[in-house]
Design a protein around this ligand. Structure first.
Ligand SMILES: [Zn+2]
Ligand SMILES: [Zn+2]
Length: 433
């Protein structure tokens, strides 16, 4: 017994302290450096806020980012996926490649906030003159990641691995069928040498100092639904000689709602099928030949998406068939579901708690909005978190939401953003080396 006593005590101590050291030894340095550049991050953010640029037009933003990364001694590639910038920071020791992502684009929204750095840009969008505004807070993401770049570049000799800084254009999507943003960056190979990817989104309705996360499917996939019902036209007074696409469409709309009540396991993840427009007919006494309806589908995870799409097809085509009509169903996939890798998420929960304090880490409800960070996560394990941007004591119900003219971000949460993204890097490297 005795000869085993020493190893038995020592082994867990060595493993335990080794892991702890790896996760925590660089954190105090990060804290000091992040605090020291807080005013710089705020300054960068205000400049981006004042000069917002729409998707795939982020040339001014990209140049500032690229110049900054170059000044920190990184290898920088510009014009990735049109206007994206990618910088690689090589650590002093071997280890994994950790990617950090910030999106750069603004929205066609006219700002109503009276700020000294209020948006001044305008643009023509879909033929309309409009203001341009960072109404989703991507200006904060860019400034925070520039801060992270500076913090980590200042300690690169201590890093066991490399960091890829991904500044992505066009998260909000661009008009037309062209792929853009994260999807195009992936297509151009940005994730090939990456081991894990992290990102954050500022949240205007979550208090400064808080971090929100969710394991597994966290945000929805977005798909556009189009159903065209073809029948036979007739006089409205003699419906028996028609195949009425209006009655058939009404049945299809109701039938689609049974997918959520009868097919989707609602105890696991939610889903949404919304028909937003129905067009058919021209006059009260004419049964038209066809009806077209469009809608949006929100699903969580690939499996649920496949199920919902399958049921939409079956319900629409078979209801139409039962009426003697036909239904052409087209589903256009936009963004996949944002799925936080469960193992990576579990590994990083201590990191979140270390950065924000245990009481400030919130487990988020699923969000039926979407985020193209999901394209990166389809390639490599990824974690996407929310960072509080609402002033302390604010009411999330009355605080303006994202994409609105009153959208406002309190700058007090930026340093936490810089710290947590930097922690992700050093903690991940500590675990994987
Ligand atoms: Zn947005
Ligand atoms: Zn956004």
């Amino acid at each position: 017994m005795k000869k085993f006593l020493l190893p038995l005590i020592l082994v867990p101590m060595i493993i335990g302290s080794g892991t702890l050291m790896a996760q925590s030894s660089l954190r105090p340095t990060i804290d000091t450096k992040a605090k020291a550049i807080e005013s710089k991050v705020i300054e960068w953010r205000r400049d981006f806020h004042m000069h917002p640029e729409l998707g795939n037009e982020e040339t001014r933003t990209a140049k500032i980012v690229a110049d900054h990364l170059r000044s920190l001694g990184m290898d920088v590639t510009e014009n990735v996926a049109v206007t994206g910038v990618v910088g690689v920071l090589k650590g002093g020791k071997p280890g994994p490649m950790v990617a950090l992502r910030a999106d750069m684009d603004a929205l066609p929204v006219t700002e109503r906030n009276d700020l000294p750095f209020k948006s001044v840009n305008t643009a023509t969008y879909n033929g309309q003159e409009t203001g341009v505004m960072h109404a989703c807070g991507h200006d904060t993401h860019v400034a925070i990641l520039m801060g992270v770049a500076e913090v980590l570049a200042g300690m690169k000799n201590d890093l066991s691995g490399s960091v890829k800084f991904i500044f992505q254009p066009a998260e909000e999507g661009v008009d037309g069928d062209d792929i853009a943003g994260a999807e195009l960056m992936v297509k151009e190979g940005v994730m090939k040498d990456v081991d894990a990817v992290f990102g954050l989104h500022i949240a205007s309705q979550m208090e400064v100092g808080k971090i929100g996360y969710r394991s597994g499917p966290a945000m929805a996939a977005v798909d556009i639904l189009n159903i065209k019902v073809n029948g036979r036209q007739a006089h409205g007074a003699s419906p028996w000689s028609s195949v009425d696409p209006i009655v058939t469409s009404a049945q299809i709309v109701m039938g689609l709602q049974t997918i959520l009540s009868r097919n989707v396991n609602i105890t696991k993840d939610p889903a949404v099928v919304t028909i937003g427009a129905i067009h058919g007919g021209i006059r009260q006494n004419i049964i038209p030949e066809d009806v077209e309806m469009i809608g949006t589908i929100r699903t969580f995870g690939d499996e649920q998406q496949t199920l919902v799409h399958k049921r939409i097809n079956e319900i629409a085509t078979n209801i139409a068939k039962s009426a003697g009509a036909t239904a052409d169903v087209t589903i256009k996939k936009l963004y996949p579901s944002t799925v936080n890798n469960p193992e990576l998420t579990a590994e990083m929960i201590p990191t979140l708690k270390a950065a924000a304090g245990e009481a400030n880490v919130i487990y988020n409800d699923p969000v039926t909005g979407a985020e193209d960070f999901s394209f990166f996560q389809k390639e490599k394990p990824g974690l996407f978190i929310n960072l509080g941007g609402m002033k302390k004591g604010g009411d999330p119900v009355t605080t303006p939401s994202h994409h609105t003219p009153g959208f406002f971000i309190d700058e007090g949460g930026f340093t936490l953003g810089v710290r947590v993204m930097s922690y992700f890097v050093v903690d991940y490297m500590g675990m994987k080396k």
